[in-house]
Each structure stands twice: as C-alpha cells, then as structure tokens.
Design a protein around this ligand. Structure first.
Ligand code: NAD
Ligand code: UD1
Length: 338
C-alpha cells in the first residue's frame, strides 16, 4: 500500500517513514522544505536502505500536488504539512491560516479527485485548550485555543469530520499528539529547529551542547508538584508507530477515529531537566523566569482509547527520550547544517 506523506521531511514525518517502511508500506513525500532539510530524507533513505520518492511541492500548489498524485497513486495520506510555531502564528495569523487551512482544502480536493479517501491528520493536544479534566480523554470537550496555530488544528478537525460525515467512503483519523521529543536511535535524524527553540527539549539539548547559556524555566508557581508546567512527553518513534496503527484502522474502514497519542505520564519542566542530567551525565544550567503567556499548568492524557482500538501503546520512557534527544544533538550540534 502506497502512502503519501505531506510534510514528510519534517521532524515527525521523517521518523514516521522508518516505521511505515518497517511495517511494509511504500512511501512518497511531498514537502516544500519551508521548515525542513532535504538531508533528513537522505538520512532516512540510508536507514531504510531505499530511495524515497520526493516532490518539492507546496500543498497549496494544486498542479504540483496533482502531479505527485498522478505519479504515485497513493491509497492514503498522512498529513503532517503545516506551520507549527505558536508565537509566530500570533504575529503572522494570515500566513498560518493560509498555509494550514488553504493547504488542507487543496489537499482534500486533490485526494477526492483521485479517489484517495483515507487520511491521517496531525492534530495536537492544543485543541483541548486549558483542559476540562486531567488526564485528558478524547471525550474531554475541546477548549479555547489562544493562538492561530491551535485554531487551525481545531478547525481542520471540524472540516475533516464534516468531509467524513458527508461521504462515508472517507476514513479520517485525527491524531492528537502530546509533546513529541527524542530522536531515532541512530542519532542521524532529529528535531532541527530554526533559530531559538520554542519548545523545551530542543532548548535543553542546546544548553547541554553549549549553544545557549541557560534554560529559562517559565514559571515555578503553577499548581503542580514542583510549581513548573507538567506535560505528557512522548518519544517521536512511539508517535511514528502510532501512525502505522492508525493506517491499519483505516484498512479496516474505521470511518472517523480520534485518538490521543501520549504516554499518560506527566513530567514537570524540572523533572525533565533532572531526567536529562541523569540519563546523559550532562549538566543543564537553568533559572526561573516568568510564566510564558498562554501556557497551562498541566496537560497529560489517558491513552487507553488508542490502546483498545488501535492496539498502540508507548514503549519508551522519559530517560530513553532524554538519551535519544541528546544522542541526536551531540552528534549534530548544528542540526542538518554541517
Ligand atoms: P515540522 O515543521 O518539522 O514538519 C512539518 C513539515 O511540513 C516541514 O517539513 C515543512 O517544510 C512542511 N510544510 C509546511 N507547510 C507546507 C506546505 N504548505 N506545503 C508543503 N509542505 C509544508 O513539524 P513536525 O514537528 O514534524 O510536525 C508535523 C505536524 O504535526 C504539524 O502539522 C504539526 O503542527 C503537528 N504537531 C506537531 C507537534 C510537535 O510538537 N512537533 C505537536 C502537535 C502537532
Ligand atoms: C507547545 C505549544 C503547543 C504545541 C506544543 C507542541 C505553546 C504555548 N504551546 O506546547 O500549542 O501543540 O508545543 O509540542 O507554545 N518551557 C520552559 N522553558 C522553555 C520552553 C518551555 O520552561 O524554554 C516549559 C513550558 O512553559 C511548558 C513546558 O516547558 O511548561 C513544555 O513547553 P513546550 O515544549 O513549549 O510545549 P507546550 O507548551 O506543551
């Protein structure tokens, strides 16, 4: 079965190719390389020992996308392509809405025209806003998203549900990722943020490797066990494997499926710093800073539905995640740039 990955050169997409290949799926990638480097695909090619058909196409380019569909004839799409920086989305709302919304509309139209009605969508725990319950189940109501990035995820979930409701030939799986970190065990691919990292783990690894002076811990007065924010960190390889399980559900004609992909464990910022130091024997200097606007205290899921219905469960723990994030960073201090 041939799977087209939009945004497949990015952090999660590149790791997912490996899991798909292991499970016997064929893949092709469409990516405009706005936030990724072609070296990621070269390195994935080395890991799997195969060429990866690649189309440098923006998903808003209907003609380019059509050419990729005609050449590859995919039976399903995993839709990773999107802009994802929360702060930037507040500053550039139109760019974010246009890229994420228009891009998905064009993708869905091209899929429909080619009779490809199977899609897995990269959603996010951000759709729960400040969650009404902890741990978060899929029955938890969606919340208010404080930024355009989160709005696009929430609105695109609605769009995809409407598409599936209108035509039951569609299979739509919405995967709500919690906080992906870690890297492939080879240490040759990983997260490669541009500029100053927004997210916790890339910031920690850049402090550890000497690229940044110290980590700012955004607030220590939350209602959590040590006052710092608690999140559900998940190894990117576990997350990647979740897509294989979702594809199997699509092959069983699941219709609509919505799943949290997390471990179900919450770790605070200081828990992660401590786990990183313990796993790697490397110190991480930090100081307490004010809260970051828009942050919530606690966010972790109940992943039982994914286990029951998809047969998926996270295998890696926080120390594995810290070890693999560091393995990638120390071997590639400048990411994919030499
Ligand atoms: P990423 O930026 O590494 O990968 C996204 C890829 O999409 C990039 O390679 C980028 O070049 C490409 N892209 C963006 N707009 C495009 C367009 N118009 N046409 C073609 N390609 C385009 O991000 P990631 O961390 O791998 O995330 C993948 C998906 O998962 C995103 O949709 C993101 O919003 C979602 N997600 C990520 C996280 C996270 O913490 N990483 C959490 C929840 C959800
Ligand atoms: C962020 C996004 C969220 C997105 C998710 C994807 C915001 C407000 N939210 O979530 O929409 O879906 O990434 O992974 O950006 N922290 C520090 N210092 C840092 C960086 C982070 O203390 O330099 C803290 C944060 O306050 C938070 C925790 O670390 O408590 C995790 O932060 P981060 O990695 O940015 O993820 P989220 O805030 O969960």
């Amino acid at each position: 079965m041939k799977i087209l990955l939009t945004g497949g050169a990015g952090y999660i997409g590149s790791h997912t190719i490996i899991e798909l290949d292991k499970a016997g799926y064929q893949v092709a990638v469409v990516d405009n390389l706005y936030n990724s480097n072609p070296k990621a695909l070269e390195r994935v090619s080395k890991i799997i020992g195969k060429e990866i058909p690649f189309y440098k196409v923006d998903i808003r380019d209907e003609e380019g996308l059509t050419k990729a569909f005609e050449a590859e004839k995919p039976e399903a799409v995993i839709h990773f392509a999107g802009l994802k920086a929360v702060g930037e989305s507040v500053a550039k709302p139109l760019e974010y809405y246009h890229n994420n919304m228009t891009g998905t509309f064009i993708l869905l139209d091209v899929m429909r025209k080619h009779g490809c009605k199977n899609i897995i969508f990269s959603s996010s725990a951000t759709v729960y806003g400040d969650p009404a319950q902890i741990p978060i189940t899929e029955a938890c109501p969606k919340g208010h998203c404080t930024n355009p990035y989160g709005q696009t995820k929430s609105m695109l979930e609605e769009v995809l549900m409407d598409v599936q409701k209108a035509d039951s030939e569609w299979n739509v799986v919405l995967l709500r990722y919690f906080n992906p970190i870690g890297a492939h065990q080879s240490g040759t691919i990983g997260e490669n943020p541009n500029g100053i990292p927004n997210n916790l783990m890339p910031y920690i690894t850049q402090v550890a490797v000497g690229k940044r002076e110290e980590l700012g811990v955004f607030g220590n007065d939350y209602d959590t066990h040590d006052g710092t924010g608690v999140r559900d960190y998940i190894h990117v390889c576990d997350l990647a494997a979740g897509h294989v399980c979702a594809l199997k559900a699509i092959q069983r004609n699941c219709g609509l499926g919505i799943y949290n992909l997390g471990t179900g464990h919450g770790y605070s910022v200081l828990d992660v710093v401590n786990a990183f130091e313990k796993a790697n024997g490397v110190p991480v200097k930090y100081s307490i800073k004010p809260r970051r606007p828009g942050d919530i205290a606690t966010c972790y899921c109940n992943p039982a539905k994914a286990k029951e219905e998809l047969g998926w469960e996270a295998q890696y723990g926080i120390e594995d995640m810290c070890r693999d994030s560091w393995n990638w960073q120390k071997n590639n201090p400048n990411g994919y740039d030499e």
